[in-house]
Design a protein around this ligand. Structure first.
Ligand SMILES: [Zn+2]
Length: 373
């Protein structure tokens, strides 16, 4: 038995997370920090939050006056971004909905997005990636044995969103990311810097592949958008008392939204990656972060979270088998290749060229010289 294994006594984060420390009561630094963030975002008096939302909506409307759109909302088909879009419309904003299709969308996600934009009367921009190129890039990430295979999608999604904001002169990108359901800081050993374009290119090069048509964005471009254009990525749902279940009920009742059984089931790759590849190859169970966030925001008890964790991320083995077969077919792998991949040890992202350190340096400078930006 691993004697260093330890789990927090308040949330369900465990010692797999990097830099974990515990206080005298056995509470970890992750939930302690999250509770402090929650207190900052969710004031005790709801009128304060209402005022913040109204003021923000007013600013977006004013700055977007005369433009075709006043904000951009990235939609994955998941409940959080769907609710962000709903909320934007409810407050009279004129969003452009943006979706990136990397070939792994579940059918339900596609239906949900189409239904959502139709009922809300919103324009949808879908960027469809070139599948052959994307598959070769994913293959390069698998061959490199690095943890963050989703860096490809996330970076492209950021590139597309910032690019459209620039094209339409929009300053605000409203996101479904929020503190109450996912405010737990992602441990640094669970993923990689999402603006690391250099890393993507180096990993591709390692496999003899080039990034041709996939949109990507690097650290300097991000700095330009952020500091010169003053484009802001706003966690829109932090401006309301966001209770996930209550909001899903609203989406179902008012828009005919069809919910998924688990978080991130809008993409078949994301669910297979989080439900199988991450735990099997990297020993990382991201459910611990998601469930711990819900515990901190009182949307779940620790006992309920423990019960969910006792089960596999794929409670029905047939579902896992189905996703394995889908994955093998789509990637052109044999079962043996998947077995070998899972067995090979992890390699760190910075074994390849990277601009993650540059990002960290610039962030430290920004905090020092431009606080509040
Ligand atoms: Zn904790």
């Amino acid at each position: 038995m691993n004697t260093s294994y330890r789990e927090c006594s308040r949330c369900v984060m465990d010692a797999h997370a990097a830099d974990m420390t515990f206080d005298g009561e056995g509470h970890c630094n992750y939930c302690t920090a999250m509770l402090a963030r929650l207190a900052a975002y969710q004031p005790a008096d709801p009128a304060v939050l209402d005022g913040k939302l109204a003021a923000f909506v007013d600013t977006v409307r004013r700055e977007g006056h005369g433009k075709r759109y006043d904000c951009i909302v990235g939609v994955s088909g998941g409940a959080d971004s769907a609710y962000a879009l709903y909320l934007a419309r409810k407050h009279g904003l004129r969003p452009l909905a943006v979706h990136m299709d990397n070939g792994w969308n579940s059918e339900l996600a596609v239906n949900n997005i189409e239904n959502l934009v139709r009922k809300l009367g919103v324009d949808l921009y879908t960027h469809v990636v070139e599948w052959k190129e994307y598959r070769a890039l994913q293959q390069a990430f698998f061959d490199a044995d690095v943890i963050d295979v989703e860096l490809l999608y996330d970076n492209a999604m950021l590139a597309v969103n910032y690019g459209l904001a620039s094209r339409f002169g929009v300053k605000y990108m409203l996101s479904g990311s929020n503190t109450t359901t996912e405010g737990m800081r992602v441990p640094r050993n669970f993923n990689w810097n999402k603006f690391d374009q250099k890393n993507i290119r180096a990993i591709a090069r390692n496999d003899g592949v080039k990034v041709r048509s996939l949109p990507t964005i690097g650290v300097w471009r991000f700095v330009w958008h952020r500091l010169v254009r003053r484009t802001q990525w706003v966690n829109f749902l932090d401006l309301i008392d966001y209770n996930k279940q209550r909001c899903i009920d609203v989406l179902v009742d008012e828009l005919g939204y069809r919910p998924y059984p688990y978080k991130h089931y809008e993409s078949i790759f994301t669910r297979f990656y989080q439900g199988y590849l991450l735990p099997a190859k990297f020993g990382v169970d991201k459910r611990r972060m998601h469930l711990s966030s819900l515990i901190c925001s009182d949307q779940m008890t620790r006992e309920q979270a423990k019960a969910l964790l006792a089960d596999s991320p794929y409670p029905d083995p047939d579902d896992l088998q189905m996703d394995i077969e889908y994955f093998l077919k789509k990637m052109g792998w044999t079962a043996r290749q998947l077995e070998d991949y899972v067995k090979r040890p992890e390699r760190p992202h910075d074994a390849f060229d990277s601009e993650a350190a540059l990002y960290t340096r610039l962030l430290a400078m920004q905090k020092r010289f431009l606080p509040g930006r």
